[in-house]
Design a protein around this ligand. Structure first.
Ligand code: C2E
Ligand code: MG
Ligand code: MG
Length: 692
């Protein structure tokens, strides 16, 4: 593009130079021709000068003819002499004059003239008179001179005419050439002008187009600049978000890593990290022949704290307990929390078993110190099981399992103590596992049964209701008490299906009782705290009532005080819902250990069941008398009904009757009865009431 345009400019410039040069050349040519057309004054003067000379010759010759050989007239000689003298002077002027010199230079034969004049002069004006031949010769000479002069002049004239003609021709030619040059220059100029105009127009068009494009491009650039700006801002935003999300991801990674190894609540190692450290300690002990102790620790009655003071207080206690454990340990030891109130401690590099006893003793002491929680002093102890590598096993799993068994033993031995593992514990743990398996079997094969213990109105002596109590006869272990398997079922979560089965079965029976006896007995069913935690009991109850057709008013659900103490809105809502259905709520084992009774106002409770332990020594221990009296009067003022459990004799009944206890239950009236026995008992009672 650049190359072709520069080539075009070179061509145009060259053409312009050519046009200018042609114009100049044609002007110069014309000027030169015109200037050379001027005939010089000397030339015409010369012709005139030579004409005069010819004239003089002719006059001299004419007068010669008159004067020679004899003069015709006297004066003819004189005239000849005069003209001859003129001729002489002409000769002089030719010789010395400018025009004569030019004529000689132009080819005039001056020497011949000179010779002729000298000859004539000598023969005519000599001493002797000229003879006839001489006269003839002179005449011939004059004639020849005249002819020569004439010829010369003619030549000059012709030459002059030719020159003039030639000049005229040349000047025409010059005009023509100049005209041609001018026309060519004009055409070239026109071509250049047209080209320049077109080129200019093209350039103008191009410029306009370019300006349009520039404007459009500028607009586009502005737009793209704006969008670039917003894109850059967007990019900054995205980068910011990316940084944030990277930070979050980093934090999440750290959190995940932390969570993978640490317990978020207590900041102790978790099971993962524990196993890691324990394996390392075992590997080291293998190398240097030392021992590793594993402590398995469970807080005693922690569940109780959790149930009564709420989970947040329970968490606080766990944190505090963790700190206390750490305080006792050495740097090389590892304390970890397995979940709940279970802790495990690794004591590596043990050389003396007494060191273990010392550390474990100190942990127990530290943990049993009072805890200041939520403004109250709480007391918690711990039970610890201890196993030692390599004596009790050589794998983490085995040592943990055995330490767990030892810990259970410590609990059995009255808590707040520790037990080293013994092989006997293994056997017991094994039994426990067997029982666990049997419990699953029992549920699957429908091995549970219900007993019903009658509830009376001691004032009328009439049967008013019954409490359903679960029974399990295991074909291998024989009769297993509910106090044994219910906590186990709670622990392993089986209480949910078992509890639902109990409720459904009991309600079914209660419906039958009314059909067979006509007595609308109340049915009390025990509910576990775990059920409320793991399912919506209210919905479950509603379903069972609907399925069995039992009137809600005849159903009493027995719950424990612990449920009330739990700081759990979900459970509160369930209890409200149950009461709204018309079902009664009773506090079972009322009075066993809780100082705060404010829950009685907060929760929709309508029945209290005084615990057997208070009834047992009624009329024997005045303290219990006062206590039961107090419960009864409080219940009265709170408009709560009271059932006294574990009534075994008449004195107890009499005391309760005299203190306005409305309902009683116990061996004094009846032990829990199997379904057929209870039905028989029911029929007899109905019969008796009818006949009364
Ligand atoms: P509980 O609800 O307080 O039941 C009363 C317990 O006292 C029953 O023991 C009963 O046999 C016993 N008992 C009744 N009258 C007397 C008496 O006069 N003297 C003495 N010494 N004992 C008496 P059982 O049946 O062994 O039940 C023990 C506990 O097991 C029950 O205490 C209850 O908490 C729990 N339990 C029983 N059945 C179920 C059940 O179906 N579900 C749940 N969650 N717990 C149950
Ligand atoms: Mg009960
Ligand atoms: Mg009870």
């Amino acid at each position: 593009m650049i190359k072709s345009s520069s080539r075009t400019s070179i061509i145009i410039a060259t053409m312009m130079i050519v046009v200018i040069m042609l114009s100049m050349f044609s002007s110069f040519w014309l000027f030169r021709q015109i200037s050379s057309m001027q005939v010089g004054p000397t030339r015409s003067e010369l012709v005139f000068f030579m004409r005069q000379y010819e004239y003089e010759l002719m006059r001299t010759a004419a007068h010669y003819a008159e004067a020679y050989p004899t003069p015709r007239f006297a004066d003819s000689q004189e005239r000849f002499d005069t003209w001859f003298n003129i001729l002489w002077s002409r000769l002089d002027s030719i010789e010395s004059g400018r025009l004569g010199g030019e004529a000689v230079a132009d080819g005039f034969d001056f020497e011949r003239l000179q010779t002729a004049i000298i000859y004539i002069d000598s023969v005519l004006y000599g001493s002797e008179a000229p003879d006839a031949d001489t006269v003839d010769n002179v005449r011939m000479l004059f004639k020849q001179l005249i002819e020569e002069s004439h010829q010369y002049q003619q030549d000059r004239d012709f030459l002059n005419r030719e020159v003039a003609l030639e000049r005229q021709m040349k000047s025409y030619e010059s005009y023509r050439n100049s005209l041609v040059f001018s026309v060519i220059a004009l055409i070239l100029g026109l071509i250049v002008a047209v080209y320049l105009y077109r080129n200019n127009k093209r350039l103008l068009d191009m410029q306009a187009g370019l300006e349009d494009r520039v404007e459009q491009r500028t607009h586009e650039l502005m737009l793209s600049n704006i969008s670039l700006k917003s894109e850059i801002q967007e990019r900054y935003k995205v980068e910011e978000q990316l940084r944030n999300s990277q930070m979050i991801a980093e934090e999440a990674k750290e959190r995940v890593e932390y969570q993978a190894n640490f317990d978020s609540l207590t900041k102790l190692a978790n099971r993962n990290l524990f196993e890691d450290r324990f394996s390392q300690a075992i590997a080291r002990a293998r190398r240097d022949g030392s021992q590793v102790a594993l402590l398995f620790l469970d807080l005693d009655r922690f569940k109780h704290i959790n149930d009564t003071l709420g989970h947040s207080v329970g968490d606080e206690l766990l944190r505090e307990a963790s700190g206390r454990i750490l305080n006792v340990l050495r740097e090389s030891d590892t304390a970890s929390r397995f979940g709940g109130d279970e802790f495990a401690v690794v004591l590596p590099d043990v050389r003396d078993p007494l060191v273990i006893e010392h550390i474990v003793g100190r942990i127990l002491d530290e943990l049993s110190m009072p805890y200041r929680l939520d403004g109250n002093d709480a007391f918690v102890s711990a039970s610890i099981g201890v196993t030692i590598f390599p004596d009790d096993g050589d794998s983490t799993g085995t040592l943990l399992r055995k330490a767990d068994s030892a810990m259970y033993k410590a609990k059995e031995r009255g808590r707040n103590n520790f037990q080293f593992f013994t092989p006997q514990m293994d056997i017991e743990a094994h039994d426990r596992r067997k029982l666990e398996a049997a419990l699953y079997d029992a549920l699957e094969h429908n091995e549970f049964m219900l007993n019903y213990q009658p509830v009376f109105n001691p004032h009328t002596g009439r049967l008013v209701g019954a409490e359903a109590l679960i029974r399990w006869y295991d074909h291998e272990n024989g009769f297993v008490a509910p106090d044994v398997f219910i906590p186990l079922a709670e622990e392993i979560g089986l209480i949910v299906p078992i509890g639902e089965w109990v409720l459904r079965e009991a309600c079914r029976q209660a419906v039958r009782w009314k059909q067979t006896s006509g007595l609308p007995l109340h049915l009390a069913v025990n509910m576990s705290y775990r059920q409320f935690q793991k399912q919506d009991v209210a919905a479950m109850v509603a379903g069972v009532l609907k399925d069995t057709g039992l009137e809600p008013e005849r159903l009493v659900l027995e719950i424990t005080e612990g449920l009330m103490m739990a700081d759990d809105q979900g459970i509160h809502d369930q209890l409200d819902n149950i009461r709204q259905q018309g079902v009664s709520l009773a506090i079972d084992d009322f009075g066993t250990g809780y100082s705060s009774l404010s829950y009685l106002k907060k929760f929709p409770i309508n029945i209290l069941k005084i615990d057997r332990s208070f009834v047992k020594d009624l009329t024997v221990d005045p303290d219990d008398d006062e206590l039961v009296k107090g419960i009864l009067s409080m219940a009265q003022s709170l408009k709560l009904q009271v059932v006294a459990e574990g009534v075994e004799n008449r004195e107890q009944e009499a005391f309760l009757v005299s203190n306005q206890c409305l309902f009683t239950q116990g061996y004094y009236y009846s032990r829990p009865l199997s379904q057929p026995d209870f039905e028989r008992y029911l029929m007899q009672s109905a019969e008796a009431y009818r006949s009364a």
